[in-house]
Design a protein around this ligand. Structure first.
Ligand code: MLT
Length: 404
């Protein structure tokens, strides 16, 4: 008789955004006349920019001719894309990352879930609390998190680093030494970030204790403040302790296109074993590459015209962030984020729990957001709204919330 991976049985409930989608779908079915505005999952709404569309059309035409047809992509991704990434995301910022340290993938969600595979089952992970649920759930699936406590909603073998308004949403070094540290900056869900000097302290700490940092930089394009690092490799010593994950979903609207990459520097080693070699082995075995058409689309995001168009798109979403932030402040809410990230993190009013506020907002304003407690116990009493809606819907949603 076959056996299942029992670790899956330990997962409490469904994946956060699947659960929310089910709740919203039940509400819209019961209330077909209500116009629901979705500011829950961080999914983009604006179309791909013209330069990307043109690149995709050209690539589609190439695929239609024998002379220019492309089959399997090279293991690490096409050189044209890796060269563009190395030049624009790294060399231009003074970071020393070679094209062959970049692994093109189908997105940062899969990379952030899969990367734990190359680490031993007895590694102890540290996560910010609240946190993007994929980091913890993927470690649960591989049996690294111990026992779940339904009261505290925490795992016995996970080190939680609370990020709340009391500490300015800045994680503190944990008392217990972790082996793997997940950092997402600018942060999902709180929309806040830390300075480059604070990030340098994390790099120094990781090098000192022999931990690896899994650095999720999916929201980097939204950084507006000068003293915030765009890559962890801007910090001295990051090449020996950090893996960086990047996405084209948020900066270029590729949520439905799928493209991302992981950087694993060659100096990152456990004893004599190179993590770069391990990830290359894993990538070669389990992944057959992002589609040629999509990689050409990714390359186009680095052209001067592509960059200009994307800058405008990011500004569009950040205008929404400011509408949400200012509107909620006017309505008396305590709000955070929305300056270096497309997420607004608010305190729920009148001691409501995160889920009570979710129901209240859905029923009374027909606006969908994400309950903070879905991201971890320290998210209780908070709520997340995304700036990725259309401008018109964002305005309407805030007007409705103000009237409550
Ligand atoms: C979110 O809403 O947190 C994000 O959309 C999730 C993701 O990027 O996978």
């Amino acid at each position: 008789m076959f056996k299942i991976n029992e670790n899956y049985q330990k997962l409490p409930g469904s994946y956060l955004f699947s659960g929310i989608a089910k709740k919203v779908s039940a509400f819209t079915q019961a209330n077909p006349d209500r116009e629901v505005i979705r500011l829950g999952i961080g999914d983009v709404t604006q179309p791909l920019v013209p330069t990307v569309i043109e690149a995709m059309h050209r690539a589609v035409d190439e695929m239609g001719k024998a002379e220019t047809f492309h089959g399997y992509a090279p293991d690490l991704g096409y050189e044209f894309l890796r060269n563009a990434i190395a030049a624009n995301d790294y060399a231009a910022r003074g970071c020393n990352i070679a094209p062959d340290e970049i692994f093109v993938s189908d997105g940062a969600k899969s990379d952030s879930a899969n990367i734990q595979e190359i680490f031993g089952a007895d590694n102890k992970i540290a996560v910010c609390d609240p946190v993007y649920p994929v980091y913890v759930d993927s470690n649960v699936m591989s049996g690294r998190t111990g026992v779940y406590n339904t009261e505290t909603e925490t795992w016995s073998d996970v080190i939680y680093m609370p990020c709340t308004m009391e500490n300015g949403f800045v994680p503190e070094f944990p008392k217990e030494t972790p082996d793997m540290i997940y950092l997402c900056l600018p942060n999902n869900p709180t929309g806040t970030t830390i300075t480059k000097a604070q990030l340098q302290e994390w790099v120094d700490y990781a090098n000192k204790v022999g931990a690896v940092i899994i650095y999720d930089g999916a929201y980097e394009a939204y950084i507006s403040e000068e003293d915030v690092a765009h890559s962890i490799y801007e910090c001295q010593g990051a090449r020996t302790c950090a893996i960086e994950l990047k996405s084209f979903s948020k900066n270029a609207g590729f949520t439905g296109v799928r493209l991302g990459y992981a950087v694993v520097p060659k100096e990152l080693k456990c004893g004599e074993v190179s993590l770069h070699g391990m990830w290359a082995r894993r990538h070669g075995t389990k992944f057959n590459g992002a589609p040629y058409i999509v990689q050409r689309a990714g390359e186009a995001t680095y052209s001067p015209q592509g960059k200009a168009e994307l800058k405008e798109q990011v500004a569009y979403y950040m205008k929404n962030a400011s509408v949400i932030k200012e509107g909620l402040k006017d309505a008396g809410y305590t709000v955070f984020g929305g300056v270096n990230a497309p997420y607004i993190w608010l305190k729920t009013p009148e001691q409501m729990t995160s889920w009570e506020f979710f129901d209240y907002l859905l029923e009374q304003a027909n606006v969908v957001g994400t309950p903070g407690s879905g991201f971890g116990p320290s998210g209780e009493g908070y709520f997340r709204l995304t700036a990725f809606g259309s401008y018109e819907n964002t305005l309407t949603a805030i007007e409705r919330i103000k009237k409550l």
